[in-house]
Design a protein around this ligand. Structure first.
Ligand SMILES: Cc1cc2nc3c(=O)[nH]c(=O)nc-3n(C[C@H](O)[C@H](O)[C@H](O)COP(=O)(O)OP(=O)(O)OC[C@H]3O[C@@H](n4cnc5c(N)ncnc54)[C@H](O)[C@@H]3O)c2cc1C
Length: 336
């Protein structure tokens, strides 16, 4: 069968809704499809037996032509024994020209397994996708420590790329998708990995991918309880807490809270950067934010070039003032 179209891994959340990155990849795929016309966009979903009508409708709204659903009652959540295997099987059954996968924990595992099984290349953590010469996928990603970006043309099919959450914007269109149901054998005895128990990790902060407001701290806040002020401000603003790589390396945030090239890409309505200098590896991951406010005591800090509002000052003076103001605003709202 001739390779046709774009195949996307349709990652589901714990509550069996579509992860935002799938819609973002679909919107990008619609743009790519216009350049390599007469190609279909297919999404592959793996999950338990349930009603997928709403999910199919939703995926159609973002440009999916076909949704392949592999469902089985024994699938209760992500399983590294089946998911990569089933996805690679679908890629063999309906050979695509391009495979796009979100660079999530699941996505990274599925992408690397599939690339190995299909004996093709994989460009990871892309920051842009386009169609280049000979209708080939042109993947852009940072290189040389983020100082340069490389445009990569993979000449083997399928051409595979992973993209972090929030790199592309979701865009609804008038479109409907059709469903294809597929089954694979599950032989639990063959499983090399058994999940004995799952425990949800306790986290002090909200999910960054869906947060409307993020307060992020850098090395400047990693002393004298600077992060305590960041958590206080975030609490008053109902915001999520994040930070720079320095903040992670100094132990003030977890890896999942790190923003940047080697962390998460975010697109909140408001990003407040406190004591963050604004290195290119950090800025690239916040460029889709609605508004950026920077608090830094160095007037020449590069963050001010990207910020919509810059506050030049010591965070230990600025943050208590902001916290006090939000306390007043919150009190007035509660009194009304
Ligand atoms: C391959 C590679 C990948 C990388 N990936 C990432 C990544 O994913 N994310 C990331 O963030 N970085 C990443 N980096 C590191 C990046 O280059 C920077 O080193 C890092 O972002 C700097 O973090 P920072 O801004 O917290 O610290 P600094 O650059 O040290 O800045 C601290 C800032 O705090 C200000 N400050 C100090 N005290 C105060 C105060 N009291 N009040 C107000 N302001 C104050 C200072 O003026 C300064 O601007 C990467 C680097 C490489 C080479």
């Amino acid at each position: 069968m001739e390779p046709n179209g774009i195949l996307i891994y349709g990652e589901l959340t714990e509550n069996y809704s579509i992860r935002p990155v799938v819609k973002q990849l679909l919107s990008k795929a619609v743009e790519l499809k216009e350049k390599i016309w007469n190609q279909r966009i297919m999404v592959c979903i793996i999950g338990p037996r349930m009603n997928y009508e709403k999910i199919i409708y939703e995926l159609g709204k973002y440009g999916a032509d076909e949704v392949v659903i592999i469902s089985d009652n024994r699938i209760t959540g992500y399983n590294c024994n089946y998911f990569p295997k089933f996805f690679a099987e679908i890629a063999k059954k309906y050979p695509p020209r391009i495979i796009l996968i979100g660079a999530t924990v699941q996505g990274k595992e599925i992408a690397s397994y599939t690339a190995t099984k299909l004996d093709t290349g994989l460009t990871a953590d892309c920051t842009n996708l386009d169609i280049g010469e000979n209708n080939l996928l042109l993947s852009t990603r940072p290189t040389f420590g983020g100082q340069l970006t490389a445009d990569i043309l993979c000449r083997t099919f399928p051409q595979m790329a992973t993209v972090q959450e929030n790199v592309f914007k979701e865009k609804e269109i008038e479109h409907t998708a059709t469903a294809i149901f597929s089954w694979f054998d599950i032989n639990e005895e063959e499983n090399k990995i058994r999940i004995i128990k799952s425990t949800k990790k306790e986290t002090k902060s909200k999910d960054l991918a869906s947060a409307k407001i993020i307060v992020a701290g850098g090395k400047g806040a990693c002393k004298d309880n600077g992060f305590a002020l960041i958590y206080q401000l975030a609490q008053k603003m109902k915001a999520a807490v994040a930070g720079s790589r320095e903040a992670f390396e100094l132990g003030y945030i977890t890896k999942s809270q790190q923003i940047g090239q080697t962390g998460k890409t975010v697109a909140p309505e408001l990003y407040i950067a406190v004591g963050i200098s604004g290195a290119s590896q950090h800025l690239t991951a916040i460029k889709n934010s609605g508004k950026i406010i920077a608090v830094n005591k160095d007037v020449n800090a590069p963050i001010f070039k990207q910020a919509d509002i810059g506050i030049v000052g010591d965070l230990f003076e600025v943050l208590p003032e902001l916290i006090k103001n939000f306390e007043t605003v919150n009190k007035e709202e509660n009194d009304e």
